[in-house]
Design a protein around this ligand. Structure first.
Ligand SMILES: [Cu+2]
Length: 676
């Protein structure tokens, strides 16, 4: 649990490693948090041994990234002020879909942190090759799958870990093992996490934060003569888990995903990469599984989805040319029930809210990356995407929803969108220790099914958690962002400084507006918006054993042509930073980490977003490796046990007039990990 961010900076294929990153990584396999800024501008982190539950939590350590936290296991990825469906998240190269319409199960909740090998975030403007609809960024999680044998015989590898956290009386246990020779590999893994409501200062509990998740996965891999093939199945079985920022909690999310990969080396530096996935998941949520209510509601949902990506890479004109096709299809259904007292009589209604909703994407792209001179390299990409979506007729037994139902069923709901994304990035090695990168792009996103097809006031709005009811709009246009990004990367053997600034202008930005909302508070509508901000990371190694690392993130999101000066966008992270001091010896290390979060007063007026106070947090961590592969770690988070709120954490019981959800109080954790 080295809390340092390690930098492997690659310039035109030459790796310059700052500090002792490589040596230590070999010593503590997959247990260090590591960051790498590469030429293509991606940042990778790996779960450490701090007993992290949610892979999305790692994003809080990625420059420019953050997490909209609706529950302990419900972390929605945010990057530079954009979140949810604007940010592409893949799991093992699969564009996993959420089972529910309120993003209770965002893609990163599919795999527990203990079984995640790495999370890679493309910094700045995401390449077109990194996914469909990457307007707000692109990130990729990779699960642990063991490894092929390097020699002739049979090798077994694995990772086992267990951890305990005091703040929620929670435990996590995970085991992954693989048996392989150099051609065949079998792997199997399983994990269990369970915990209660976490406590805030003085032992008060934050309601609706208990969690329960089991996961297992297994697969087969094959490699020989230029082929690498893998077939995997992963299963999620999440039980009763709180999402205090949302109107309901999770009863369950169950189901699995199949994914298949084939990398084919055709010789002459030509390769063909194929990824296929299929998923089927069911989900039940209700407002009385963890809360008490006079009006019990449930929502039963399911998703069935699949996708295919193929990318052919070949040498072209001093660089590499990739030509690819991607496509996926997703089908969503949601059925809700509601009970209430009408004139002293219990009454219940059933509503088929989303019926055979489908959203399909077909996309082709080409991207060239290469050197145009000794010091300058370029990435040029273009992608064309066609999105088709439709929704079946809905039904309801609720009298008050009848008119909206009839109106919706009478409409033509099939929609098509065509989008062209273009990216140009330039990397310039201005000096041996200074890299400059400049990027411009045009990126798009088509409306989601929730934005199109919510036909009666609903809070199931892809995890917005703003306490408002929303209405969809079949007339929505595609969002188009014009993006510019500028970053410097200065690094020597003992120091690094990497400032970055960006500006995005978004045409037809989709957000809630009060105009024409019918029986809802807000209706999705197009407007224009801008995002700008900066990130800075810096680090310095004082001695062989002592180093410091720091980061600062700032982002502002504003509406253009705002009404009455209400120009701030919703759920934008406050100014925040981290400062770490790390002391490390060959088999032990300790670190002190300060987290700084400023007040957030730039809040949205249209949905009554509340401002938050800033805070500081102190974390102390230590770890010891008594012998190779065995790591014992312990630490105290929020040492001063301060009571504070997460601006991105939503409101208590989804009530915008209530306080925000508390962040956990003082937490002592201990973990034991063994890898072989
Ligand atoms: Cu849900």
């Amino acid at each position: 649990m080295k809390m340092i961010l390690k930098y492997a900076v690659c310039i035109l294929g030459v790796s310059v490693v700052t500090g002792t990153a490589v040596a230590e990584h070999e010593q503590l396999p997959s247990l260090v948090i590591e960051g790498s800024v590469t030429r293509a501008g991606s940042f990778s982190t790996a779960p450490d041994n701090t007993g992290l539950k949610d892979t999305a939590s790692l994003l809080e350590r990625v420059p420019g990234a953050n997490v909209n936290r609706n529950g302990v296991l419900t972390g929605i990825a945010a990057y530079r002020g954009m979140f949810g469906n604007r940010v592409t998240t893949t799991i093992d190269s699969s564009a996993l879909k959420e089972a529910g319409p309120n993003s209770m199960d965002p893609p990163l909740s599919h795999y527990p942190a203990a079984l995640t090998e790495s999370l890679t975030v493309h910094r700045g403007i995401a390449p077109v090759s990194s996914g469909i609809e990457t307007m707000g960024g692109s990130m990729h999680a990779k699960s642990r799958k063991g490894q092929f044998a390097e020699g002739e015989g049979i090798e077994t590898h694995g990772v086992g870990s267990m951890g305990y956290s005091s703040v929620d009386d929670g435990y996590v246990g995970a085991l992954m093992g693989s048996v392989a020779n150099k051609n065949h590999k079998l792997h199997l893994s399983g994990s269990q996490e369970k915990g209660g409501d976490y406590t805030v200062k003085d032992g008060t509990e934050q309601a609706n934060t208990e969690y329960d998740r089991n996961a297992f996965s297994g697969g087969y891999g094959y490699q020989r003569d230029g082929h690498e093939f893998g077939l995997n199945y992963s299963n999620t079985d999440q039980g009763v888990t709180g999402t205090p920022a949302l109107p309901m909690d999770i009863d369950y999310v169950r189901g699995g995903m199949w994914d298949m990969h084939h990398d084919w080396d055709l010789g002459h530096d030509i390769s063909l990469k194929t990824d296929v996935f299929y998923q089927k998941m069911r989900h039940l949520m209700s407002n009385n599984v963890l809360r008490t209510t006079m009006m019990p509601m449930t929502n039963r949902t399911k998703v069935e989805a699949g996708g295919l990506s193929m990318a052919l890479a070949m040498p072209f004109n001093n660089g590499e040319l990739i030509v690819g096709v991607d496509g996926d299809q997703a089908n969503h259904d949601a059925n809700s029930t509601m009970q209430m007292m009408m004139g002293g009589m219990p009454m219940s209604t059933a509503t088929n809210f989303f019926n055979r909703v489908e959203r399909d994407r077909y996309s082709i792209f080409t991207e060239w990356t290469g050197a145009v001179s000794e010091a300058v390299s370029v990435e040029l990409g273009a992608r064309y995407t066609h999105v088709w979506s439709d929704a079946g007729d809905v039904s309801t037994t609720s009298m008050s929803a009848m008119a909206n139902k009839n109106a919706f069923n009478a409409l033509d709901r099939a929609k098509t969108y065509s989008m062209v994304d273009v990216v140009a990035e330039l990397q310039y090695q201005a000096a041996p220790e200074l890299d400059v990168s400049v990027g411009v792009a045009r990126k798009n996103r088509a409306p989601t099914y929730q934005e199109l097809y919510i036909w009666n006031a609903s809070k199931a709005n892809a995890g917005f958690a703003d306490g408002k009811t929303y209405m969809g709009d079949l007339g929505l246009d595609v969002e188009t962002a014009y993006q510019a990004d500028f970053a410097l990367d200065w690094h020597t053997a003992n120091a690094y400084v990497t400032p970055a600034v960006f500006y995005h202008y978004v045409e037809n930005y989709i957000m809630g507006q009060a105009v024409g909302a019918g029986n809802a508070d807000l209706k999705w509508d197009n407007t224009d918006a801008q995002f700008f901000g900066a990130e800075l990371e810096a680090g310095y190694r004082f001695t062989e054993n002592l180093r410091t690392d720091a980061s600062v993130n700032y982002v502002r999101g504003m509406r253009i042509n705002d009404l009455n000066g209400d120009d701030d966008l919703y759920r934008i992270a406050p100014l925040n930073g981290r400062l770490q001091l790390t002391y490390e010896e060959s088999n032990w290390s300790t670190s002190m980490e300060g987290v700084f979060v400023a007040d957030q007063g730039d809040v949205a007026g249209y949905n009554d977003e509340q401002s938050t106070k800033g805070y500081m947090q102190l974390n102390l961590r230590g770890q010891y490796e008594p012998y190779r592969g065995l790591v014992i770690a312990t630490g105290i988070e929020n040492v001063l046990d301060e009571q504070r709120y997460n601006h991105l954490g939503g409101y208590q019981n989804h009530d915008v007039t209530a306080q925000r959800n508390f962040l956990p109080g003082r937490n002592m954790y201990a973990t034991l990990g063994y890898s072989w």
